[in-house]
Design a protein around this ligand. Sequence first.
Ligand SMILES: NC(=O)c1ccc[n+]([C@@H]2O[C@H](COP(=O)([O-])OP(=O)(O)OC[C@H]3O[C@@H](n4cnc5c(N)ncnc54)[C@H](OP(=O)(O)O)[C@@H]3O)[C@@H](O)[C@H]2O)c1
Length: 298
Amino acid sequence: MPRIAIVGAGAIGTVIAARLSARGGLDVSLCLRSGGFSSLEVQGPDGTVAATPTLYADPTQTRPVDWVIATTKAYDSAAIARTWLPALMGPQTRLAVLQNGVEHVANFAAFVDPARILPVMLDIPAERLGPGRVLQRAAGIMVVPQGPDSADFITLFHGTGINVTADADFTTVVWRKLCLNAAGAVSALLRQPAGIVHHAGAAPVMRALVAECVAVARAEGANMDDATVDQVMDACCAAAPAGINSLLADRMAGRPMELDARNGVIIRRGAAHGIPTPVNQTVHDLILAAVSAEKAQR
Ligand SMILES: NC(=O)c1ccc[n+]([C@@H]2O[C@H](COP(=O)([O-])OP(=O)(O)OC[C@H]3O[C@@H](n4cnc5c(N)ncnc54)[C@H](OP(=O)(O)O)[C@@H]3O)[C@@H](O)[C@H]2O)c1
């Protein structure tokens, strides 16, 4: 029976662990930092999924598995690489990285042979309701690059309700998602939900963030043209106005934000290609300034 270890018992880790456990035929464990629960419950669009995977809080209690599925925030990649991966990864283990951004492989390349890392683009809207309990707002999809490990990974998710596909142009897939995420920085800056895109003062800034992201994406090899900016802005306008993206949710909760993975990377990769990204730089810096000022006032 294939052995799967999910690292990170947050919104995505809980959805993945519960659905893989409930599917049957897999030996599923969930590796966590903070617990307080013994079972999982996902309230999804297809009903409630309950499961009791093996829970581990101590890496020394685990042993190598066939697949490690990393579901922490991008900024916690090095921490789990140092703590959990040495125990969970044997000579044949593959590492699937479920993160936002475009640096899935880079975040782990100092610790794991990149040939054994499978980057995963995920669109699974989920939020934590309490320990072990998650609300999954819509059906989940994931995309992986076409390659030697894609078929095995896709097979793991048969019957889970999460649709996984392989795409030969994964670079375009992740940069397109990053364009959407880049625009979301305006919500986080202004502490406003997604409907802020309909404000005449916000929309041009969001458009400029996206246009810079498209320019850098093209330099990185993504297949995009000028119409991409309109398509991404259309998607922003079509989003539920009350929607709160994770950058904003993390800022409101006083948690660390994936700002570097979402906008910092556009600035960094833009600099590497000689492409100016002044709007991403400004919004990025203003968010950091606002968070720092808020902390000082507490
Ligand atoms: N949620 C969504 O709707 C969604 C949608 C698309 C993409 N994503 C992406 O998916 C990734 C995961 O997001 P998420 O929403 O699931 O984040 P999350 O709810 O914050 O969960 C992250 C989990 O990682 C755990 N963790 C951190 N360091 C750890 C360590 N050293 N050992 C063990 N566990 C550790 C955290 O532990 P604690 O419980 O102790 O904090 C937390 O449970 C992110 O890159 C996000 O951008 C999320």
